[in-house]
Design a binder for this molecule. Sequence first.
Ligand code: PRX
Length: 628
Amino acid sequence: MEQLSGEIFYPSKDVLKKTRVKDWNQLADFAGENLEAFWEKEAKELKWFKKWDKVLDDSKKPFFKWFTNGKVNIAYNCLDVHLDTHRKNKVALIWEGEKGEHRSFSYFALHREVSSFANALKSLGVQKGDRVTLYMGRIPELLIGMLACARIGAIHSVVYGGFSVESLHERLEDSHSKVLIVADGAFQRGKIVPLKAIADEALQRAASVESVLVIKRTGEPVNMEYGRDIWYHELVNLPMINSKCPVEELDSEHPLYLLYTSGTTGKPKAILHTHGGYMVGTYSTFKYVFDIRDDDRYWCAADPGWVTGHSYIVYGPLLNGATQLMYEGAPNFPFPNRWWQLIEKYGITILYTAPTAIRGLMRFGEAWPNRHDLSSLRLLGSVGEPINPEAWKWYHRVIGKEKCPIMDTWWQTETGAFMITPTPTVPLKPGSGTKPFFGLKMDILDEEGNPVKANEEGFLVVKTPWPSMMRTIYNDPDKYVEKYWSKYEGMYLTGDSARRDEDGYYWIIGRTDDVIKVSGYRLGTAEIESALVSHPAVAEAAAIGLPHEIKGNAIHTYVILKVGVEKSETLREELIAHVGHEVGPIAKPENVEFVDVLPKTRSGKIMRRVLKARALGQDPGNLATLEE
Ligand code: PRX
């Protein structure tokens, strides 16, 4: 890439010559005018057991259906379809552990592992439609377990390994999971996270779980409850479990997974995605945005426990027959060159990561990446939060050597796939995800629903349906309508604020609701507050996000103690640890400030914006609704 003018980075001749989509405008115009034809063309590149009757059924909006009455299975398209091609013995997954151990799976091997795993689940009584929760670190069994569920029509619900007792408990209960698949533990920066022990605590109050399948990762001793817990390696080696497992032919709209995500109020909600539409969306976005090629070595450094890992570690890459790396550990352990070492070792061509990781690695200086040969890279990606231009330029210059376009992809758990994103030939502006993906119409509106002027801030909305859109909130369809489809008639409300410049490029500003993005992870103020209030010393609590140089945002909390409880440094530390234990280490507040009152509206709602303004030394704005 050569920089031609100001802040615009144009694609190099090489990128222009080799990229699939040469004329972005042409495809965007076609998809814009022929939404269904565009998605039908994409769907036809995949295998269906029975073709759909209709591409899009919008008769019960906002409960849209895609590829109605089609029969399909996403796991079949991830694995089986490649077995009759040159990809049969191609490497699908290379895995490296934190300590440097290495495992790899061809498409043939992954198919075998997934089929055996699916049979193991069946032997535990798992049937089509049953929910199965998975709780582990970044190990191949997570991906294999998810695909095994999909193969037999069970619905997976992955709980990120960085979550703790209460988060896991809530998710097991809400999903009514029949089986929990858990690792004995996870390695993290040389230490062990005792996942099975955390699960044991969560399971005490999760009545629906009949069996617990335990994956051996750390080898540390764990408690095994007789009649409930079973080692995976023992079960799968029984003679009755073989590696032939017929694939379920499912309705396009059959649920594929639940993924819990933090919202404005109350407990996290389960976003529901389906086999057909989600498959087409992740397949197509991965293909066009990363312009995937057969000889690529792709690496998404996210965790499969988040939507990025679902769509762009598990499904998108395998649907496209790609070769990818999964790495278990942290970017800077034991040294800040760990990632750069992996890129050199495996000849990674595409790196997809988050701004927080880039900022975190940037602070160690250029010497670390410069010790490694990163010349295999041809494309970079960013996701999870706005990327500040300084980090963008460092990523572009130091890692991408000014030749790799950066795909800044804006999307959400709810959208399932990329929504605002460039493709490699689109001119880039650091900090902007450029324009909506093919077929999408988006806008930025003011409070009354009028489009705002160029460069003005407003609510980001989507005006057209897309195949990988969430179908509902599991167990709460009313909330789905209320939260996403009721502010503006017929439009999907993203919850983000944004602006659009004169060239039509979108710039995301941040969340408009009480969701805090910490290191790209999504947390609700409500979760943190309820964890604090569950401590016997706490009467009331409020949580806000404040800007943080590396994490993007950090959590700050305000606590009113119960009468008679003394403020102390020890108590402050205890409360921080308590949130870590309840929600997970990622939710640990940066700070707990003891206060005597909290700003509230007359109806008793905490006014977090007032706390935020005070912390930032800004004007709190309109205080008309503030209680005396
Ligand atoms: O605020 C936006 C931010 O992440 C939110 C979605 O979070 P989650 O559902 O956890 O999914 C994250 C991974 C897709 C959005 O509402 N966000 C995500 N990607 C970007 C972003 N903000 C700015 N730029 C991005 N590329």
